[in-house]
Design a binder for this molecule. Structure first.
Ligand SMILES: [Zn+2]
Length: 413
């Protein structure tokens, strides 16, 4: 299934110890009548000498580690001088064949890297390097034409809230192609500028819609660099700001109640209920929620404000949406709930960009950012234990980048 022009399989040896197979060794030889090719230009060249035998890890057969053994030739190229020949299963100085790297990388999309390493009797490092090779090939060969809508998002990663715990991601959110385009460390202006630069001026000029959060550095860079596009503040992000505010009110009130009286705790176990959409709360949780609403608690008022805001997204006319937004903000400002007031101030400050949502609604798949955001969380969580930022970046591209894959004569998985 793996044929390499110019090379033949001479022998296959099964190595074992105490009656158990330990490895399979596949010995390759150059084809007697085909000349070696130059490693740099791949043109046939006369032979020079042979180097000592090398081993490459191949895809395991029947669960037994399998190796390619081959003594590379050196050839004398007219242009490049004496160089090591072109070896089709080899990539750089890696001790793993391309087939095996592709094999490990494909499995690394379905399982954690540690599991892949354990299952196929190799190291975490080998899996990492394989995925890295796969991703680099994909990034070099991907097609960025036709990107018209992008989403810019920040992702929290790891523990703590330091600047290094955030990533900036740029997605393509066109209806026919949703993928991760770029990941960068931190969430500064410089980060996003770097990202847009990597995508290239041609891609940036073609963008018609940008969806983002209200994070100030992003707003500034988008206004400066992607000025021609309609900038939309995304529903998903505004909803998460509202939810965060409700949660803040609940937490503050909960601890106030706990110190004041013992016994009944009306806010206990309500955290997730409060964050759901009201119409989706059923059963006992619904009863608890109703009891809460009858109370005069601050949490109840905050929740109601959040719930009412959901209407905003149903407007067809920008003008009516604007009226609603102003009424809502006025009400929130009177609520005496500081977190809700903060959200209202934020919405007021960004009103034009929020209303752009209604202008873009027909053409933009507005759930795309949320969907990709959730997928990223799955990857960063599964890859918990990634020691470095670089490894996680590669995992993100690998899982969400929809990158083209290096061709192989046979797919082993
Ligand atoms: Zn050459």
């Amino acid at each position: 299934m793996q044929r390499f022009v110019g090379f033949v399989y001479r022998e296959v040896r099964l190595q074992g110890r105490l009656g158990k197979p330990t490895s399979i060794e596949i010995i390759l030889e150059p084809h007697a009548s085909i000349r070696g090719r130059c490693g740099a230009c791949r043109r046939p060249a006369p032979g020079y000498d042979r180097l000592p035998e090398r081993r490459w890890l191949f895809v395991p057969l029947w669960g037994i580690p399998t190796y390619f053994l081959y003594a590379p030739r050196r050839v004398e190229c007219g242009e490049h001088g004496v160089v090591v020949e072109y070896i089709p299963w080899n990539e750089g100085n890696r001790p793993v064949t391309c087939a095996m790297m592709g094999f490990l990388a494909r499995w690394a999309r379905r399982m954690s890297w540690r599991e892949v390493a354990r299952t196929f009797h190799t190291s975490w490092e080998a899996v990492y390097r394989s995925v890295e090779w796969f991703v680099q090939w994909g990034l070099a060969h991907r097609d960025l034409r036709g990107v018209t809508a992008i989403g810019v998002d920040e992702i929290h990663w790891g523990r703590g809230k330091r600047a290094d715990n955030f990533l900036t991601v740029v997605y393509q959110i066109d209806a026919d192609c949703r993928r991760l385009l770029w990941v960068g460390r931190r969430r500064t202006q410089a980060t996003l500028r770097g990202g847009l630069k990597t995508l290239g001026a041609e891609v940036v000029q073609g963008i018609r819609f940008v969806c983002s959060d209200m994070w100030k550095p992003y707003l500034q860079v988008i206004a400066a660099e992607v000025g021609q596009a309609l900038h939309v503040l995304d529903r998903f992000h505004i909803t998460s700001h509202l939810n965060a505010a409700v949660d803040q009110v609940r937490r503050a009130e909960s601890s106030r109640l706990r110190t004041r009286r013992r016994g009944a705790q009306p806010l206990k176990h309500l955290r997730w209920t409060l964050l759901r959409r009201g119409s989706r709360v059923r059963g006992r949780a619904r009863q608890k929620l109703m009891t809460l609403l009858e109370s005069k608690l601050a949490t109840a008022r905050a929740w109601e404000l959040k719930e009412v805001f959901a209407h905003f997204w149903h407007y067809r006319s920008v003008n009516w949406a604007e009226v609603f937004l102003q009424c809502w903000c006025a009400r929130a400002m009177r609520s005496r709930l500081e977190p809700m007031k903060k959200v209202a101030r934020m919405l007021r400050a960004h009103q034009p960009l929020i209303l752009n949502w209604f202008r873009a609604k027909a053409e933009l798949s507005t759930g795309a950012v949320e969907g990709l955001n959730n997928k990223i969380r799955v990857v960063t969580r599964r890859s918990y234990g990634f020691r470095t930022y670089e490894a996680m970046e590669i995992a993100l591209y690998h899982n969400l980048g929809r990158l083209p894959e290096p061709e192989s004569t046979h797919k082993f998985c």
